[in-house]
Design a protein around this ligand. Structure first.
Ligand code: S3P
Ligand code: PEP
Length: 432
C-alpha cells in the first residue's frame, strides 16, 4: 500500500497504542509461567510473532473479544517446537525466543523476513554456546536462520552491550528457569539501557528476582514465573506516542491542538520524547497522573539530542529537526543502524528526497532544518514501520503531496496509525 498525504493541520484526541516492548515480555513471561491474562496487549505483527512462538513451545495464546490475551503457559522449560519459528520482522521476538529455545531439550530453528535475516545475532549465539547450549547461524555469519539446541545450563557469560540490549533481556528471561542462573558481564557500555529496566520491571511483576550488578546483570536459576493475581496490564507505548506528539508539534492547530491519552509514566526511555518536543519549543503539557499529553505547535528550533537510551526515537526526531529552524544534531546513534533498516541512512536519504539537507556520520545525524525546504515527493518507507511513520509526519508540512511507499508495514507496531492521522484531520489517500 502507498499512502499519499496532503498538507494538513491536526487537532483532536488520539489514544496511545499499548507498549510493544511490554507486550512481548508479558506474553513470553506468561508462557514461562503456568499462564496469565494479559490486558491491554498490543495486537500487531510483531507481538503476534511472539505469541506464535509461545504456541510452538507448548503454550496457547488466545485473543478474547475485548483484545485481552489469555495465555496458557508452557510452565518453565519449553517443548521442542513442531515447526520452524517465524519471527517475521521482529528483532525482539528473535532475541527473546532464541534464548527460550535454548532451554528446550532438543533443536529449534528460527527465521524471519529479509530484514530480520540481516540483523546481528552473533553475540547472543556465542553467549548461549558459552552457557551450555549449541547455537548457530546456518550461514555462519551471525544472522538468521538460527539453529539452537538445548538444554542451557546457565553460568557466567560476557557479552557486548553496544549492539542490542535485547540480548541481555533474552538471557535474563531465560536465566530464571535454568539450573544455575545467569550472570552477565558487559564487555562494552550498555546502549538502549531503559529496555533492560522494562525487563527487570516485568520480571518483578511475574515474581522473578533479577538485578543489576557492578559489571552487568544477574538472575538466579530455579525460579518460577508467577504473576500477581494471574493478570498483567500493559501501559501505553511512548515510541508510538512520539508520532501524534510530533504531529501536534509541527502541524497542531494553534487554538485546538492534539490530546494524547493513555500516556501513563512507565520505565520506557522513550518518554524522553515529551521533553525533546518541549525543548524544541512546542507547547506541551503532560499530566502524568491522568496519563494525558496536550500539544500544540509553535515555531521549533533545532537542538542536540543523545539517542543512546532511545534509538527508536531517531526517525521522529529527524522529522522534527527537518521542520525546526537551525540544526538538530542527533548523537550516539550507531546502534540505530542495526534496526529493521539502517535508520540513520534511511532518514538522511528519504528526507533528502523532500529537499532536506542532512550530514551523516557513523554515530550521528545532523538535520539542517527550516520548513521552507520541505517539498512533497515520493519516498520509500524502506519496509520499516518507524521510517514510514516519520516520513508521513513530514508530509503534513511539505509543499504539495507526499507519497510514502510500502506503508502497510506500520502493522508491525501501530496498526491504527493512518486511521489515527485521519481522526486528527489529516487528508490522506491509500492506494493498493
Ligand atoms: O527490548 C525491546 O523491547 C527493544 C529494544 C530496543 O532494541 P535494541 O536493544 O536492539 O537497541 C528497541 O530498539 C526495540 O524497538 C525494542
Ligand atoms: C527496532 C524495533 O523493534 P525490533 O528490534 O523488535 O525489531 C522497533 O520497534 O523500532
Amino acid at each position: 500500500m502507498n499512502v499519499t498525504i496532503t498538507p494538513s493541520s491536526v487537532a483532536g484526541a488520539a489514544r496511545a497504542p499499548p507498549s510493544k516492548s511490554y507486550t512481548h515480555r508479558a506474553i513470553l513471561a506468561a508462557g514461562y509461567a503456568d499462564g496469565a491474562t494479559v490486558r491491554d496487549a498490543l495486537l500487531s505483527a510483531d507481538t503476534r510473532a511472539t505469541a506464535r512462538a509461545v504456541d510452538l513451545f507448548g503454550g496457547d495464546v488466545e485473543r478474547r473479544e475485548d483484545g485481552t490475551l489469555e495465555v496458557d503457559g508452557f510452565d518453565g522449560r519449553p517443548d521442542v517446537p513442531a515447526d520452524v519459528i517465524d519471527c517475521a520482522n521482529s528483532g525482539t521476538t528473535m532475541r527473546l525466543v532464541t534464548a527460550a529455545a535454548a532451554l528446550a531439550d532438543g533443536t529449534t530453528v528460527l527465521t524471519g523476513d529479509e530484514s530480520l535475516r540481516s540483523r546481528p545475532q552473533g553475540p547472543l549465539l556465542e553467549a548461549l554456546t558459552d552457557l551450555g547450549a549449541e547455537a548457530d547461524s546456518t550461514r555462519g555469519n551471525g544472522q538468521a536462520p538460527l539453529v539452537v539446541t538445548g538444554p542451557l545450563s546457565g553460568g557466567a557469560v560476557s557479552i557486548p552491550g553496544d549492539v542490542s540490549s535485547q540480548y541481555i533481556t533474552a538471557l535474563l528471561l531465560a536465566g530464571a528457569v535454568t539450573d544455575e542462573g545467569i550472570e552477565i558481564d558487559l564487555e562494552t557500555e550498555l546502549k538502549s539501557a531503559p529496555y533492560v529496566d522494562i525487563t527487570l520491571e516485568v520480571l518483578a511483576d511475574f515474581g522473578v528476582d533479577a538485578r543489576q550488578t557492578d559489571g552487568g546483570f544477574a538472575v538466579e536459576g530455579g525460579q518460577s514465573y508467577d504473576p500477581a493475581g494471574g493478570e498483567y496490564a500493559v501501559p501505553g507505548d511512548f515510541s508510538s506516542i512520539s508520532y501524534p506528539l510530533a504531529a501536534g508539534a509541527i502541524a497542531g492547530d494553534e487554538d485546538d491542538g492534539v490530546r494524547i491519552e493513555g500516556a501513563n509514566p512507565s520505565a520506557q526511555g522513550d518518554t524522553a520524547i515529551v521533553e525533546i518536543v518541549d525543548r524544541m519549543g512546542a507547547d506541551v503539557d503532560w499530566d502524568r497522573e491522568a496519563g494525558v499529553i496536550d500539544v500544540s505547535s509553535a515555531p521549533l528550533s533545532g537542538i542536540e539530542v543523545d539517542v543512546e537510551d532511545t534509538p527508536d526515537l531517531l526517525p521522529t526526531i529527524a522529522t522534527l529537526g527537518a521542520v525546526a529552524d537551525g540544526d538538530t544534531h542527533i548523537t550516539n546513534a550507531e546502534h540505530v543502524r542495526y534496526k529493521e533498516t539502517d535508520r540513520v541512512s534511511a532518514m538522511a536519504e528519504e528526507l533528502g528526497k523532500l529537499g532536506v539537507e542532512t550530514t551523516e556520520e557513523r554515530d550521528s545525524l545532523t538535520v539542517h532544518g527550516g520548513d521552507s525546504r520541505l517539498e512533497g515527493a515520493t519516498v520509500s518507507g524502506r519496509d520499516d514501520h518507524r521510517i514510514i511513520m516519520a516520513l508521513a509526519l513530514a508530509g503534513l508540512v511539505a509543499d504539495g503531496e507526499t507519497t510514502v511507499e510500502g506503508a502497510d508495514h506500520v502493522d508491525v507496531s501501530f496498526p491504527g496509525f493512518f486511521g489515527m492521522l485521519e481522526d486528527l484531520g489529516v487528508a490522506l489517500e491509500r492506494r493498493e
